[in-house]
Write a protein that binds this ligand. Structure first.
Ligand code: ADP
Ligand code: MG
Length: 590
């Protein structure tokens, strides 16, 4: 081996460290848009060619840069956002590291144009291999900044060939998802995303998240979303969630922001899912866009451009479950027979409605957009969005309900003033029993039960350790456990609801849940599952002829239920056919 040591050239060092920040077109687009947002832009246009491998352009109407700033903005550790180590906390919260432009310009041909409001002319620089190759007073006559990143990794062959092997469609998809998310967290900004010269996504910057959502998802689906705005245990939760009947087969349409930062964490998905578990079957998933805001000190943002996980100081699970559950409870109703199951997404390309957009494309095909054209390109936008829908509770929405008949000994048919409903008799009875058992449980659950001859429970070392660490949790649940020596505990007291059940099994199950970090299950949840099973077993079955008085009792009991619309497994109990639904089905009206 040749042992001679070289000092690497500055540019090589840059290229190596660039990999930490910039590893794909996606990360470049993200850094550039974040810079535009930092520059207070409220209109950002992004153009991508060939998945970003050939060219990425981000144009904004932000504050712009002075000529002096432009000449150094691409150097390592240059930033206008922090000055010294005292500002370092900003690095962890916002990610100002002064690295993006230096990294980008060391691995691509970078062209920057910028003009501030107060400047008469703009200025532009062309950078290759971290050196300014050319600079000019700029024909650019917008206020703002345009950064064009061409030929990514042209000077780093290994990365280039890796990039070439990536599918363009995959790069495009990542960028589209990114712009979707950024436009949700910045609804006051007008975004336009062009992929291979086609406008694939745009928002209107009218600060209305619902309008942004309508550009991302199916419009009917968005119209049906429930608004959520509440605070639990110091966590403010805002956003939109789907009704139970609009839930879909995967969790792709669940988006979370914490302090306006996009995060992707299983715990958040499972919390939302847990809130729906009485409303939907387990194979369905809600749609949600939730913005969680909490004290900065409560979250540990270990900042990395690609990191989407953060740490919460306190358990966030109960806040989300409560918030979502409360909203669902407020809006529960029976699915209508014509409820569109809006599982299809509008693919971003479908967003383009030719006549509406053609003009826009023509304008934007020109390389430079003059300020007056920015306004021209504004689309006329006069959609009306239904405001707060009103919902009726209980059976008030079925006035003069009258039982008609039982179909195939399984379903009950009843008519009311505005139409008719069908009821699944087993599901209905299951709900009635479930609510009865739950209220019995709730009355008893606060008390603990003391066995006169206490039992002991022997644990293995890891369970022993987990139990010792979670003594307060077990205490809250109603257990009084006492160490007996070795890995053994004496069960002095346990929640009275468990009387007659295998208490040890319950403790083992809880320990398992805690171990697998799914503390989503509380003792209540576990008991709830037991209650569901009990209700299910005891309920009237399908294929069972009922007398009129039995039906009446069942309907009366169901009417009194808190949630008469879904069985405890989340299946619908009632399907409603309004007169207009029926008329539509017979093509009497369209
Ligand atoms: P950071 O964003 O961490 O400061 P960057 O390398 O991303 O580092 O940007 C360096 C500097 O260049 C920024 O601090 C800002 O002053 C300037 N800058 C970058 N992009 C823009 C833009 N779109 N508009 C105005 N200034 C910008
Ligand atoms: Mg930056």
């Amino acid at each position: 081996m040749n042992n001679t040591i070289f000092q690497l050239e500055e540019n090589t060092i840059n290229q190596i460290s660039a990999g930490e920040v910039i590893d794909s077109p996606y990360s470049i687009v993200k850094e550039l848009i974040e810079n535009s947002l930092d520059a207070s832009a409220n209109h950002i246009i992004i153009r991508i060619l060939d998945g970003g491998k050939r060219s990425i352009e981000v144009l904004d109407n932000g504050c712009g840069m002075s000529v002096e700033d432009m000449k150094i903005c691409y150097l390592k550790h240059t930033t206008s956002k922090i000055k010294n180590v005292n500002d370092i906390s900003l690095i962890s919260t916002m990610g100002f590291r002064g690295e993006a432009l230096s990294s980008i310009s060391s691995v691509s041909k970078t062209h920057i144009q910028s003009k501030r409001n107060k400047d008469l002319y703009g200025y532009e620089i062309f950078i290759e291999n971290s050196v300014i190759m050319k600079e000019n007073i700029c024909p650019f006559n917008n206020n703002g900044t345009r950064i064009i990143v061409d030929d990514l990794f042209y000077n780093v062959p290994v990365r280039k060939s890796f990039l070439e092997s990536e599918k363009t469609s995959k790069e495009n998809k990542q960028i589209i998802d990114l712009v979707h998310r950024l436009s949700l967290s910045s609804p006051h900004v007008r975004f336009e995303l062009f992929i291979d010269n086609l406008l694939v996504f745009r928002t209107f910057g009218d600060n209305n998240i619902k309008h942004v959502l309508m550009e991302i998802y199916d419009k009917n689906l968005v119209k049906n979303l429930l608004y959520i705005d509440t605070e639990f245990y110091g966590v403010q939760i805002k956003g939109f969630i789907s009704k139970a009947e609009d839930c879909i087969g995967n969790k792709m349409k669940q988006t979370f922001f914490v302090n306006n930062r996009y995060v992707k964490m299983d715990i958040l998905n499972s919390a939302v899912k847990a809130a729906y578990n009485e409303y939907i079957v387990s194979s369905k998933f809600p749609i949600c866009i939730l913005f969680l805001n909490l004290d900065k000190k409560q979250v540990d943002v270990n900042f990395h451009p690609r990191k989407t996980e953060i740490k919460f100081q306190n358990d966030i699970f109960p806040s989300i479950v409560n918030a979502v559950k409360n909203t669902l409870e407020k809006h529960k109703s029976a699915p209508s027979v014509l409820t569109t199951n809006s599982t299809q997404t509008i693919h971003t390309k479908d967003v383009i409605i030719k006549s509406e957009i053609e003009e826009q494309i023509v304008i934007n095909n020109q390389k430079t957009i003059a300020p007056e054209q920015w306004n021209q390109s504004k689309l006329s936008y006069n959609k009306t969005i239904e405001g707060n829908d009103t919902y009726q509770y209980g059976f008030a929405q079925y006035p003069n309900l009258k039982f008609l008949t039982q179909v195939h000994s399984s379903y009950l048919v009843a008519e009311y003033d505005g139409g008719m409903i069908m009821i699944d008799q087993h599901a209905a009875h299951e709900r009635v029993l479930y609510e009865k058992f739950v209220s019995q449980f709730n009355k008893k659950s606060l008390s603990s039960f003391e066995e006169s001859i206490p039992e002991t429970i022997e644990l293995n070392s890891s369970n022993f350790f987990i139990l010792k660490q979670n003594m307060s949790f077990f205490k809250e649940c109603g257990f009084l456990l006492e160490e007996f020596g070795g890995y053994t505990f004496i069960i002095r007291k346990y929640p009275s609801i468990l009387h007659g059940h295998n208490v040890k099994d319950m403790i083992y199950t809880l320990l398992d849940e805690i171990y697998s970090n799914e503390k989503s299950y509380t003792i209540d949840e576990l008991v709830r599952n037991k209650i569901i099973m009990r209700s299910c077993k005891k309920a009237i079955k399908a294929n069972m002829k009922l007398t009129t008085s039995e039906v009446e009792k069942l309907l009366n009991d169901l009417m009194k239920c808190e949630n008469p619309y879904h069985c405890p497994h989340g299946r619908p109990i009632i399907i409603s056919f309004s007169m207009s639904d029926i008329e539509k089905l017979f093509n009497r009206i369209v």
